[in-house]
Design a protein around this ligand. Structure first.
Ligand code: ME8
Length: 536
């Protein structure tokens, strides 16, 4: 991976019909971790998220709440902002589909598609699931019900505008053949290819039965289908159709990365776009979206990564079952790093996953309390005791077995950067975490074997004590940097204890001896308190 190549990372725009749950937080945490990791590598990153505010689903929720869709959206979006702030999600752009610049881009895209001859008027007879905001054919239904929501779809018959989706079957198959990693992981690509081979039907892309949406420029009694509108955010957020990019004042104040995004030309980011989505909306993000783009003469994004779904203790997560996991409740109780860690390590990146409280506690105790927390704490405590908190100079062990163990640790540290980059490039965030935790476990075993607390009692072993403590200092330093994207709070706290700043390119700091001898640390503070097993 060339870290000079920019990357434009996006999450779905979540619907504002309800508050967000762990599923939404998962996609966003994956995106935030990718963004932080690549930034730490020095790669130019643009991270976009936002809210999907139009369509029947929002209209219905607002009506039920006795308010207007816009007032309803404003209220729920406020909760999105609060959630992302409290989880410290560092996006550059938060886009709302009710933003004027977005609506103009949707209209411009639609007009282009009409001008290119891909739009026609026709009668629309369909089965529409409001929860998916998607129409189905009889064949798609399972026992007459929506395959995702298991509800009976509406029968709809209107005269609408249609998009000639069927024309794009072949171009899409060719695109996927040419860029095999454009849909990852591979089984998801195969699903899409399989469906494409069955052929595509044209789709209805406007509605006249309600008005909460972007009006068609030439026939405003039609509103544009909510998906057709929402997907455009990925380019409207870059200022499209203006090739110069989004004016910085368009989303003033809506950035959490400490600065307003710099205006960059569309061509700077778009070829490097990576959409993160759940498997439920992969179809929309590949087939529907890419056809829209191809029809308008814009290239598809670089990649779509589609993860699986969370279940909860073996059941579907649903309000009816009362088992919805709320990310803030977890973060408030255990800390946001603990939440993030569980998502990264046990989450549905490769397939579906099950959120289990017992697994949460086990993972937390093993990795965070007994693994990382214990290692850093005992290392820094011993450094304080034996070297007055000062990083000692490097010496080799006199004892051969310990010297071999030290050399293994050095090799692991020096290989870490390349391993992490390879894992993150493959969206294997769990693999990147595991690479770091192999170092944690190996070093904890090293502490037990070298036993600096015993060496300290024997003046003849002063050299080996120094070798042990030099090793532990280097490892703590490397862990602090390696975890910047994965456990940001713990990383910052380790940095405070070490008396360093968690900054600088990872390639330069994930190296043996990057922690200078002679530096005096601040001192240890507990990182993660152990949780009682079985305790809530
Ligand atoms: O689909 N497990 O928004 P949405 C894991 N507005 N991830 C889950 C999940 C679960 N149980 N439930 C939801 C929409 N997600 C559209 C998107 S984009 C232009 C428009 C996550 O609020 C996952 O990312 O229904 C899924 O794709 C997304 O939330 C759906 O969010």
């Amino acid at each position: 991976m060339n870290v000079e190549t920019p990357v434009y990372i996006t999450t779905p725009l979540y619907y504002v019909n309800d508050e967000l749950h762990i599923g939404h937080a998962t996609t966003t945490l994956y995106a935030d971790t990718l963004a932080r990791f690549w930034r730490a590598c020095g790669r130019p990153v643009l991270f976009l998220t936002g809210s999907d505010e139009h369509g029947q689903k929002i209209h219905k929720a607002a009506t039920a709440a006795g308010t207007t869709p816009k007032a309803f959206a404003d209220r729920i979006v406020g909760k999105f902002f609060e959630l992302w702030e409290r989880l410290d999600i560092q996006y550059d752009i938060f886009i709302r589909t009710t933003d004027d610049f977005h609506k103009r881009a949707v209209q411009a895209l639609f007009t282009r598609l009409r001008d290119a001859g891909h739009i026609r008027k026709d009668r629309y007879n369909a089965l529409y699931c409001v929860d998916c905001e998607t129409n189905y054919t009889e064949k798609d239904l399972v026992e007459g019900k929506c395959p995702i929501h298991k509800t009976t779809p509406q029968q709809v018959s209107e005269e609408n505008y249609f998009f000639a989706l069927s024309r794009f079957t072949q171009p899409l198959l060719e695109h996927i053949a040419k860029f095999p990693d454009c849909i990852v992981p591979e089984p998801r690509r195969n699903e899409i290819v399989g469906k494409l081979k069955d052929g595509l039907n044209d789709i209805s892309v406007t509605r006249t039965t309600f008005d909460w949406g972007v009006p068609l420029p030439w026939e405003p009694q039609h509103v544009i289908w909510v998906w057709w509108d929402a997907l455009v955010n990925y380019i409207s957020g870059l200022g499209w159709p203006d090739a110069q990019g989004l004016p910085t004042d368009a989303i003033a104040g809506r950035s959490r990365h400490g600065h307003e995004p710099v205006r960059a030309p569309f061509a700077h980011w778009w070829p490097h776009a990576v959409h993160l989505v759940g498997k439920d909306i992969l179809w929309h993000h590949s087939v529907v979206w890419w056809s829209q783009l191809l029809g308008a003469g814009v290239n598809p994004p670089r990649q779509v990564f589609a993860h699986g779904w969370w279940q909860v203790e073996g059941d579907k997560m649903s309000k009816t079952l009362g088992n919805v996991i709320r990310p803030l409740e977890i973060a408030d109780k255990y800390g946001r790093d603990a939440l993030r860690w569980h998502v990264l390590r046990e989450g549905p990146a490769k397939g579906d996953a099950d959120w289990r409280q017992a697994a949460f506690i086990t993972r937390y105790n093993a990795d965070l309390a007994n693994g990382l927390g214990n290692l850093v704490n005992r290392s820094l405590t011993m450094l304080g005791k034996y070297f007055a908190g000062k990083v000692p100079a490097e010496v080799a062990f006199e004892q051969p077995a310990l010297e071999r163990a030290r050399r293994d640790i050095i090799a692991r540290v020096n290989a870490l950067y390349a391993r992490m980059v390879a894992a993150v490039t493959a969206f294997d965030l769990d693999g990147a975490c595991e690479a770091v935790f192999e170092l944690v476990r190996e070093t904890n075993a090293f502490v037990n074997n070298a036993a600096p607390f015993k060496l300290a009692k024997d003046p003849a072993r002063a050299n080996d004590l120094q070798a042990s403590m030099h090793t532990l200092c280097q490892v703590c330093f490397v862990l602090c940097h390696a975890l910047r994207a994965f456990l940001p709070d713990a990383s910052a706290r380790i940095a405070d204890q070490l008396g360093i700043k968690a900054e600088g390119r990872l390639e330069a700091v994930l190296r043996w001896n990057a922690f200078a001898p002679g530096h005096t640390i601040v001192g240890p503070q507990p990182l993660f308190a152990r949780l009682e097993t079985g305790g809530a």
